[in-house]
Design a protein around this ligand. Structure first.
Ligand code: CMC
Length: 382
């Protein structure tokens, strides 16, 4: 039994395991730094926008003017979804979570893609752009249908970020909100070898199609330990209800070894740089909207958690302040995780495109600790 002898190494949850080589992004977990293609996330959040950062992640460099214009045009052109998907969205049971709708629509969208039988790099780039263009429409259409509102078709005069806000709320965002949505999307676009990206890469490594890979990634992102945490954070803030309740709530959670949503990270052992930026925006927006209740509760949670858990490297992550911003923007909480997916699809597809250039199927092993040489007992004697 060769698998029981010799040198084997095992890392639960693949902690510390290097599964690929990438030039897309790097995280310095000790210093709290995130870098896309060599550019610190703070610079992109300050100066860039969704389309430009998507180009950077997919193609490796910031686009020249005509390259950016072409990508913008392509993204606008493919925003509409096939009529059959709109039908599916309208007929879905209203208690379906938008992440389930997104997974279903991406899967169904793959059936309508004109490049569906082409797994070449060119076709996969086209499919990545189409998926990125259509996912906001899928989410916004269902979110409005779920709320009993008329769907708002995409507006080709608006940027990707503006159009997302417009399709969700029915209102054209002002400059400040447009900027904020761009920043949110940039911060969520890419994050190295996280669970959903790895899920996409495992699927793509079998030479399955990119729609299947993204369905897998959406499914992985949905869980509360990953992208599903942002929705849970708002639920926690609502449950806590006031600044005075924070201390007993968090101390009880710690006593019962419960996870406090929006805190902790496998890689960051310092403050997540995305959370730092989102915190500033959350504070600014809450003052403007004259609704500081959630930020006050959040800041108190942060204070207690850092006091109790900071020594262990547990700090707020990207999901802690994003939900407050979405809530202040008037987005229903069930679209928080889909917005994460709408941004992260760029990182997912960038990694799939990169990995397929020198593909090898992912095929790890498991350490067997079950019995051997067990006798077969006929059913009547068991
Ligand atoms: N609240 C309380 N304790 C925590 C938390 C938390 N949020 N996160 C980790 N810990 C503790 C954990 O109990 C363990 O303590 P001990 O060593 O005493 O048993 C220690 O920290 C290490 O935890 P772990 O489970 O081994 O860490 P991990 O790297 O496997 O998990 C994580 C990372 C993000 C799943 C985890 O921190 C967590 O569950 N956080 C809450 C959910 C969350 O906010 N997820 C979003 C992550 S960021 C965005 C994204 O990737 O989607």
């Amino acid at each position: 039994m060769g698998h029981l002898t010799g040198e084997v190494s095992y890392s639960k949850g693949l902690e510390g395991v290097v599964a690929a080589i990438t030039s897309i992004a790097v995280i310095d977990g000790e210093a709290g730094k995130l870098i896309y293609r060599g550019i610190p996330i703070e610079l992109l959040a300050e100066h860039s926008n969704f389309e430009e950062t998507a180009y950077l992640l997919w193609f490796g460099d910031l686009p020249k003017k005509d390259e950016l214009e072409n990508l913008k045009r392509d993204l606008i052109e493919h925003r509409e979804v096939p009529e059959e998907l709109v039908d599916c969205i309208k007929k879905a049971p209203r208690d379906t979570h938008p992440m389930e709708i997104l997974r279903t629509c991406v899967s169904m969208g793959g059936c309508f893609d004109t490049d569906k039988n082409d797994n070449s790099r060119g076709a996969n780039i086209r499919k990545s752009i189409r998926l990125t263009a259509q996912m906001p429409t899928m989410v916004a259409y269902y979110s409005r249908a779920r709320r009993g509102l008329d769907i708002v078709p995409p507006n080709s005069n608006l940027s990707h970020a503006q159009n997302l806000y417009y399709m969700l709320t029915g209102e054209i965002p002002n400059e400040e909100i447009s900027r904020l949505v761009d920043v949110i999307l940039i911060l969520h676009m890419e994050h190295g070898m996280n669970a959903s990206t790895f899920a996409a890469m495992v699927i793509a490594s079998t030479l399955s199609d990119i729609y299947s890979a993204i369905c897998g990634a959406i499914s992985a992102l949905r869980g509360p330990l990953h992208g599903g945490a942002n929705e849970r954070v708002l639920e926690m803030l609502q449950e806590i209800g006031s600044v005075e309740n924070v201390e007993p709530y968090i101390m009880q959670a710690i006593k019962e070894h419960r996870r406090v949503m929006g805190f902790g990270h496998r890689v960051y052992k310092a403050y997540d740089p995305r959370a730092r930026i989102l915190k500033e925006y959350a504070e600014r927006l809450s003052k403007e909207k004259k609704n500081t209740k959630w930020t006050q509760i959040a800041e108190k949670i942060e204070e207690v958690m850092i006091r109790e858990k900071g020594k262990k490297g547990i700090f707020p992550n990207v999901d802690f302040y994003s939900g407050i911003i979405y809530n202040l923007l008037g987005f229903p909480k069930e679209v928080f995780t889909p917005i994460f997916a709408i941004a992260r699809v760029v990182g997912w597809t960038a990694h799939v495109l990169e990995y397929l250039q020198s593909n090898r199927i992912f095929r790890p092993r498991a350490l067997y600790n079950g019995p051997l040489d067990v006798e077969y007992i006929p059913i009547e004697k068991r």
